[in-house]
Every structure is written in structure tokens, then in C-alpha cells.
Design a binder for this molecule. Structure first.
Ligand code: ZN
Length: 261
């Protein structure tokens, strides 16, 4: 077994039916999700728990090459209905970041129509408890999905501590991992997350994670509903959100002419 040097973290949002073409970026259909997971398993990739990954970042036990982390932002109900059965068959853990004031509601932050799609139901508290018993882990995505750098200090602290407390109260476990809504983070937000007792936080900056990374700027690869299984494999290979064949060929070209990194 080769020790992992760089670990990808995949970021998904909704799994379900796509009702408008603008939704296809952030929504993966159930069939495509199953095909993506199947392709990863066939190539020898294996999802590991988020705690093992964060422990590795902090100098803990090593991970194995091919290990990756699977995350879902927002806590849509479709994850339970469509993704969880696929992941249970593979025995793969999943981490879900919840918007705690909106449990049992809808993704109200998308209701502005900015994405042109509708709103979709979010997991209820009972479903979260049931999914925890099935091996899912739950973490904070703030109280209301606010863009954190926009907030004054008091509201920022409230979003961070309030959502942590809500997850801990619901599940009776320490909840000290955060995903920044929209990936928005700056130095003040990072300091507030540390002050609120978080151990690590996930951004949307693409790339691989190496064990010397700032644990409050964990990188994630954004999986689009338009990604074929082959495109996802290329993203994993390149550590890039660009899973096009052209990008992979460019990578090999740069390697061949000696300018690759
Ligand atoms: Zn989100």
C-alpha cells in the first residue's frame, strides 16, 4: 500500500431530477451518481471518513493512495433517497454539511432565482438522526447559508456557533467541521471559525490536499451534474474542476516536454 501524498475531497450538492438546464451544474441525477461512484470504485478509489482525513491533515495516521473524501453541501433530502443506497452498497462513508435553521425546510437561499431553478427540500431532523445511525456524518454549513465575509462580527459568530450547537444537540456528538457557504472565506472569517471551536473548514477552491495545508482552507473538487464518469476520473487525476479530455492531454503534454509540476 502506497501512502497518500495528496487527497482529493469531492463536493456534491443535490442528487435528483434536473428540472431546468441551469440546475444541471449543481444537481447530479441518480443514475449519473451511481455511474460516477461505480467508475471510482472500479479504478481503485475508496472513500474514507472525514475524521480520518482531518486527522491525517493534522499529522495523524497516514492514508492510502486512492483514498478520497465524499462531501455533500446543504443537506438535500435527495442525498438520502438517491445517494445513500449507492454508498451503502460500496461501504463508503459520506459527510454532509447542514444549514441548521432550515432543516425540514427548503434551500431558501436559492429562492432568489439566481440559479434560475426551483427550491428543493432539505433533510428533516429525524432523517438526519436516522442517517447518522446508517453511518453518515453531519457537520456545519452555518445557520442560514449566509455569505460569511458580508456579516458583522456578532452575526458571524452567531452563524458559526449556532449551527455547531444545533448539530451537536441533535446528534449528541462533537461537530467541529465547517463548510463555508458559497466557499466565501477571508482571514476574518477563518479567525472567527477558529474562535467558534472548529477544527477544520472546507472551501471550494479546487486542488489536491497535502498534509501541510492550512486545515481552514481545505480544497474540494466540484462535481457537476454534467460530468461523465470519465470526466470525474480526469478531475481526480488532475486535481482540477476541469475534467475535459483537453485538460488531461495538456497535462500529459506538459509532463512530456518537462514543464509539468
Ligand atoms: Zn451550500
Amino acid at each position: 500500500m502506497t501512502a497518500a501524498e495528496r487527497v482529493p475531497v469531492l463536493m456534491y450538492h443535490r442528487v435528483g431530477e434536473v428540472h431546468a438546464s441551469v440546475e444541471s451544474r449543481y444537481c447530479v441525477t441518480p443514475g449519473r451518481f451511481a455511474a460516477q461512484m461505480g467508475a471510482l470504485a472500479t479504478r481503485g478509489y475508496r472513500a474514507v471518513g472525514i475524521d480520518a482525513f482531518v486527522g491525517w491533515l493534522a499529522g495523524g495516521p497516514q492514508l492510502t493512495a486512492g483514498d478520497f473524501v465524499l462531501t455533500f453541501d446543504d443537506g438535500f433530502r435527495g442525498v438520502r433517497e438517491h445517494a445513500l443506497p449507492v454508498l451503502e452498497r460500496l461501504g463508503w462513508p459520506v459527510a454532509i454539511f447542514l444549514v441548521t435553521d432550515l432543516l425540514g425546510g427548503v434551500d431558501a437561499w436559492n429562492a432568489s432565482g439566481r440559479h434560475g431553478g426551483g427550491t428543493y427540500p432539505l433533510l428533516t431532523p429525524d432523517e438526519v438522526v436516522e442517517m447518522q445511525a446508517r453511518g453518515c456524518s453531519f457537520h456545519s454549513h452555518t445557520r442560514t447559508h449566509a455569505s460569511l465575509p458580508m456579516l458583522a462580527d456578532g452575526a458571524l459568530a452567531d452563524q458559526l456557533t449556532g449551527s455547531r450547537a444545533a448539530v451537536e444537540k441533535l446528534l449528541g456528538l462533537r461537530a467541529d467541521l465547517l463548510a463555508y457557504p458559497y466557499g466565501h472565506v477571508d482571514d476574518r472569517v477563518e479567525a472567527a471559525a477558529r474562535a467558534a471551536g472548529y477544527r477544520a473548514a472546507f472551501s471550494v477552491q479546487p486542488g489536491f490536499n497535502r498534509c501541510d495545508l492550512n486545515p481552514f482552507r481545505i480544497r474540494r473538487l466540484d462535481v457537476f451534474g454534467t460530468d461523465s464518469p470519465g470526466a470525474l476520473l480526469r478531475k481526480m487525476r488532475l486535481g482540477s474542476n476541469d475534467g475535459s479530455l483537453r485538460n488531461l492531454l495538456g497535462y500529459y503534454w506538459r509532463q512530456a516536454v518537462g514543464t509539468g509540476r
